[in-house]
Design a binder for this molecule. Structure first.
Ligand code: GDP
Ligand code: MG
Length: 178
């Protein structure tokens, strides 16, 4: 296997809801690093005959985004180190927040493949709103509803495709072979 995908994003965008849907479980193993509140859920997803590992980050609920910005950054950095590709989740209902911008900045700098997922696209009107997230400059926006499952199939198709395609292209120019 060796295909590891991490879901990152600020609290309450729906990361755990997507994790539970894709892994079809509610009792994933929780790994707690001693002394820190940084717990992570690990699960396995099977899609069209491909297995991959999925990590849900930030398994605790917080009320103030400001206080925990540093923690979200740490989670994103860990995910970048640990995973082969990243699902960056944002919330179409709340739009872009400063925390989203901060995470997007980290991901742009990383060389990891990023799947930008606009969650809570529960109806067709929200499809249009999801296009707003193209301004992150992180490529294709995948509109999904983690609650209904809408859009998750298209997302999984692309995630699995990226394993077949191999590593992400670097910025080096193509050198023609003779
Ligand atoms: P996390 O903090 O990012 O892990 O977010 P959760 O998975 O805990 O979800 C936060 C809230 O958003 C919960 O009340 C979920 O029920 C809700 N939620 C998650 N996905 C969706 C969705 O697709 N549509 C709607 N309307 N709500 C959602
Ligand atoms: Mg969660």
């Amino acid at each position: 296997m060796g295909n590891i995908v991490a879901i990152v994003g600020r609290p309450n965008v729906g990361k755990s809801t997507l994790f539970n849907r894709l892994t079809q479980t509610r009792d994933a193993i929780i790994h707690e690093s001693s002394g820190v509140t940084r717990d992570r859920n690990y699960g396995t997803v099977n899609w069209n005959g491909y297995d991959f590992s999925l990590i849900d980050t930030g398994g605790y609920v917080v009320n103030s985004e400001d206080i925990f910005e540093e923690e979200i950054r740490k989670q994103a950095m860990l995910a970048i180190e640990e995973a082969d590709s990243i699902i960056f989740m944002v919330d179409v209902v709340s739009g872009i927040t400063d925390l989203d911008d901060a995470v997007a900045g980290l991901l742009r700098k990383s060389k990891k493949k990023v799947f930008l997922v606009a969650n809570k696209v529960d109806n067709s009107e929200r499809f249009y709103d999801a296009t707003f997230f193209y301004k992150f400059g992180l490529g294709e926006v995948f509109p999904v509803s983690s609650i209904t499952g809408s859009g998750t199939g298209d997302l999984l198709d692309k995630v699995v495709e990226s394993f077949i395609d191999g590593p992400v292209e670097t910025e080096e120019p193509d050198i023609p072979k003779f």
